[in-house]
Design a protein around this ligand. Structure first.
Ligand code: UT7
Length: 327
């Protein structure tokens, strides 16, 4: 039997930080309103009206202006922590809703930058993407792959409608990455649940070339329900009780959603990993950013059970129970 474990991790954020106060130059809002309704105080931006590079589709080499450059920076750090090189890797999986171009998949350029030649693919399951990717990568390792780089990376500010005050304040850019390696025995993925209700596409979408449209209240309501029921299914499959979870790493969409889910699951807020205050909603990047932050802050120890859960446009949802093993 082959299991899977995480042996490396890294993250990347664009340098430019935009405060809520700065947004009031674009639309009528206040810092108090945004903090109270979402928990967001700042976000990192790579594109759009506040970014140094503006909307330049070819930002300077080495800058963190694209999904690809953010992904490569996070993945290089994850490879360094794992003590591996690109040539050791069997597959790079990029989870993103904001690929740098329509064709080809952004993971191809990322593979080239990292020196990976055995395989590369993108997964777009919106904000549930990273957990979809974690389950996909774990399945590939069970089928014989040895080492996979899994990245969640976004430049959501490319898809933000900066004139829409009802949601423009929510989004930010960033990337988080992990290295997954085969391990003898059962490994770390104890239980998982993935889902989609494609009849709800109209709740949150962006057409080519235009900004996001979202029915925020309805997304909020369904997000809480879907995340709670998915997390409950993953816990049942892992045969663990909620008291055995040391850390909950939810999709960072809105602190009120994260706390409502935690409370319904019976988790105290101290067990919730949160970076939303300084990153905003970074879609596929939000769970790995929160996970890497928790690891780097010493909040994760050998043997801990983690619960990851997210939801997003589609609507998609995904959750996983993961036992942390120090490599
Ligand atoms: O990754 C998944 C994607 N998305 C989400 O998870 C988002 C889910 N939804 C949400 O997080 C929340 O619905 C929001 C944070 C987007 C909005 O919070 P809300 O509590 O649902 O506020 P609301 O849309 O009901 O707006 C309340 C009031 C409205 O005024 P009236 O109609 O009560 O007079 C809005 O016009 O706040 C007004 N408003 C604002 N005021 C100041 C809307 N946007 C703003 C703003 N600043 N930026």
């Amino acid at each position: 039997m082959t299991g899977v474990t995480i042996t490396g991790w890294g993250s990347a954020l664009p340098e430019r930080v935009v405060t809520n106060g700065e947004l009031s130059a674009l639309f009528e809002t206040t810092d108090d309103w945004i903090v109270e309704r979402s928990g967001i105080r700042t976000r990192h931006v790579a594109t759009g009206p506040f970014a140094d590079a503006g909307d330049d589709p070819n930002p300077p080499a080495g800058g963190l202006g694209t999904t690809g450059t953010l992904a490569v920076t996070a993945a290089r750090e994850a490879l360094r922590v794992a003590g591996l090189q690109g040539s050791d890797i069997d597959m790079v999986i990029l989870c993103t809703t904001t690929a740098d171009q329509l064709i080809p998949a952004s993971s191809a350029s990322i593979a080239a930058a990292l020196g990976i030649v055995r395989g590369a693919m993108d997964i777009n399951a919106a904000c549930a993407g990273f957990t979809y990717g974690l389950v996909t990568a774990s399945g590939m390792i069970a089928a014989g792959a040895r080492r996979i780089v899994l990245i969640g990376a976004e430049t959501l500010t490319r898809a933000t409608n900066w004139a829409d005050r009802t949601n423009a304040f929510l989004f930010g850019d960033g990337a988080g990455a992990v290295v997954l390696e085969a391990t003898p025995g059962d490994g770390c993925l104890l239980g998982w649940d993935l889902g989609v209700d494609g009849t709800l596409v109209d709740l949150l979408y962006a057409h080519h070339g235009s900004g996001m449209v979202m029915r925020g209240k309805e997304v909020f309501r369904r997000a809480v329900m879907a995340t709670v029921s998915s997390a409950t299914a993953s816990l049942e499959r892992s045969k663990l009780g909620i008291d055995e979870i040391s850390l909950f790493v939810p999709h960072q969409a809105n602190i009120r959603i994260m706390e409502a889910v935690a409370s319904r699951l019976g988790l105290p807020t101290e067990k919730v990993a949160s970076v939303i205050g300084r990153t905003g909603n970074t879609s596929s990047a939000s769970i790995p950013l929160a996970l890497v932050d928790a690891i780097q802050s010493g909040r994760v120890s050998d043997g801990d059970n983690l619960l990851l859960a997210g939801f997003g446009a589609g609507m998609t949802w995904a959750s996983a129970v993961w036992r942390w093993h120090e490599g």
